[in-house]
Design a protein around this ligand. Sequence first.
Ligand code: PLP
Length: 411
Amino acid sequence: MATLNDNYLKLKAGYLFPEIARRVNAFAEANPDAKIIRLGIGDVTEPLPAACRDAMVQAVEDMGNRDTFKGYGPEQGYAWLREKIAANDFQARGCEISADEIFISDGSKCDTGNILDIFGDDNIIAVTDPVYPVYVDTNVMAGHTGDANEKGEYGGLVYIPITAENNFTAAIPTQKVDLIYLCFPNNPTGATATQEHLTAWVEYAKANGSIILYDAAYEAFISDPSLPHSIYEIPGAKDCAIEFRSFSKTAGFTGTRCAFTVVPKTLTAKAKDGSDVELWKLWNRRQATKFNGVSYIIQRAAEAVYSEAGKAQVKALIQFYMENAQIIREQLTAAGLSVYGGENAPYVWVKTPQGLSSWDFFDKLLQTCNVVGTPGSGFGAAGEGYFRISAFNSRENVEEAMQRITAKFKV
Ligand code: PLP
């Protein structure tokens, strides 16, 4: 009889989004005339930049011509894309990252999960709380945790709270951890990390032989010039950090699928025999064995993000969402709510008023304003008492939702 990976049975069965759907559907059935506005989902709404679409059309033509047709590409991605990324995203910001340290993939979700393939099972793993759930669930699947308690915290993981009490910074642990997931700008809180904060993390990682798994999926939303966009802007980070980047939110690629992971060649971890082994070699081997690269057409679309037209279009796209975020911040503040984030990130993190729980606030907003957000407690125990509003929506929806809140919602 075949047996299964019992670790999957420890997973809390996708509680958050199904429960939101259940409550919204029940409300919609009972109130068929209500025009519900969903500001809960972290998916983009605006079309793909024209430069990317044009590049895709050209790439389709290439595929129709024997001379330019492409079969299997390099598992690591085409050199012309890796070179553009290295030059524009890293070297232009003073980071010594070379093209062959960049691995093109079909998403940061996959990469942040798959990276565990190259690490041992005996690492002490730290995540922030609240957290992007993929980091936690992939560790549960890999058998790196115990069971979840009633608050949803898994035994064996170290949780680092990021809340208003610590000004939304992830405090450096007092204990030794081996792998640390950091995400800045942060999903869900919209918090950012300063140069000093990341420097403290890099120093901690170097002192303890830890590896930082740095998710910078939202770096393009940073407008404050003092904030680092990449962990490699911090001296020494090449010896202790892997960085994940995605075109999903930067250029509207959530349905197009292209991302990349940076594994510096200087990065090592300990083998069982005590030797230091380059992580680059293992990740390269892992990708070459389990992945066959991203479609040529999609890589050409990603390359177009770095063209002059592409850069201007992406900038306009980000600006559009950040204007939404500004409207959300201003209107919620006017409604008497305490808001965080939304200045260098497309998420606004709201403190629930009157001590309401995240879910009670969800129900109240749904019933009084017919607006849907995401309860903070769904992202971790320390998210209780908070609520996430996403700026990824049409201007019309954002404005109407905010008008309803300021008109009807009384704190
Ligand atoms: N990392 C974070 C923090 C995210 O919020 C998301 C998507 O919501 C991802 C990664 C996934 O990105 P991708 O679409 O590249 O898989």
